[in-house]
Design a protein around this ligand. Structure first.
Ligand SMILES: O=C(O)CCC(=O)C(=O)O
Length: 333
């Protein structure tokens, strides 16, 4: 009895499985299915990985790094040639040579009235899914190979951006407050969503590289709102409301073509561009096609829904606007 009492829970579980495999008395004898070592280890070992999926792409060290920190950098993932093509397409969009359906083209408020080249005014092209050339980014096999490690094999591209961080005035117009991207996404589960963010030139603290708070992907989604800082704050650039500016952060220095994959709950942001050049990046949020929409009513995302509806209402000059066609699911991470 004592012996039994001391046995590990894993051994007891294994026993239960073996009992289950034994044929019932009187039943015809079937060949005994001996569990493979993979099956046995699946039931006898605690789950080591939650945020990454089993395939042969990531090394154990890479998986452990993402599991612990919520991000992973892959060096030189996108070629100079591809980046040059994205850059050229961005310029074509700025110059209105193409006007991709549904794309949102954001301009710097301080510069829009001045007679400078359009590419020196546009700081973001968002939702470029109808632009064949830019959308190629979301289909690059070397990017999808890594995306699959987080989403699984059925992948959807949910949100795309090409950010052109302009040289900053003292108004700090393109400082990105610390936030969690999940704030903007009414779908779950969070662990099957990943952002792929590729540097289109070297980025460091001088030109406003990404800054992350490692490990915060294990925390919950926090209330967000407009930061109370001096200078202009861009529309929908929300930050975490009770964010402690002294939290230890890591500045993610990257070379052209390097790509960082990060979890949607990872707290991150970016600083101002103190150089006279532009800091461009191209990114996409991918999700597993098994993800489902949630109803954000009575959650920390409710205010964002109201603000988004109000923006859409003004944009389309509609007196009221109903959000239709969403599933009502309870909000859970
Ligand atoms: O590229 C940047 O400067 C910040 C991007 C970012 O934080 C985001 O898009 O969520």
């Amino acid at each position: 009895m004592d012996q039994l009492g001391k046995r590990s829970a894993a051994a007891a579980r294994l026993d239960a499985i073996l009992r289950h495999l034994r044929p019932a008395r009187g039943a015809a004898l079937a060949p005994i299915a001996i569990p493979t070592s993979a099956q046995l280890s699946a039931v006898t070992q605690p789950r080591r990985f939650r945020y990454t999926l089993d395939n042969d792409v990531l090394t154990t060290e890479q998986r452990q790094f993402y599991e612990e920190n919520g991000y992973l950098i892959i060096k030189k993932l996108v070629s100079d040639e591809d980046i040059e093509r994205f850059r050229k397409e961005f310029v074509r969009i700025c110059n209105k040579e193409v006007n991709p359906l549904g794309a949102m083209i954001m301009k710097d408020e301080m510069l829009r009235s001045q007679s400078v080249l359009p590419e020196k005014v546009v700081n973001k092209v968002q939702d470029f899914q109808e632009d064949e050339e830019l959308f190629r980014y979301c289909t690059l096999p070397q990017v999808l190979k890594y995306v699959e490690c987080f989403t699984g094999p059925n992948i959807m591209a949910m949100h795309t951006m090409l950010i052109n961080k302009l040289p900053d005035s003292d108004k700090q117009t393109f400082r990105h407050p610390m936030h969690q991207d999940l704030h903007y996404f009414p779908f779950r589960p969070a662990d099957r969503i990943v952002c792929s963010w590729t540097a289109m030139e070297r980025t460091d603290r001088n030109n406003g590289c990404l800054a992350v708070l490692p490990g915060t992907h294990k925390e919950s989604l926090k209330p967000h709102g407009y930061p109370e800082w001096e200078g202009i704050v861009n529309k929908l650039f929300h930050g975490i409301l009770d964010y402690d500016e002294n939290s230890p952060r890591v500045h993610v220095v990257m070379e052209k073509g390097d790509t960082v994959f990060f979890h949607p709950l990872l707290i991150h942001g970016s600083g101002v561009n103190k150089t006279s050049g532009f800091r461009k990046s191209i990114s996409c949020h991918f999700a597993s096609s098994e993800c489902y929409y949630i109803d954000v009513k009575n959650t920390v995302q409710e205010d964002l829904e109201k603000e988004t509806v109000e923006i859409a209402r003004r944009k389309f000059n509609a007196s009221s606007l109903d959000l239709k066609g969403r599933n009502s699911w309870n909000c859970s991470k």
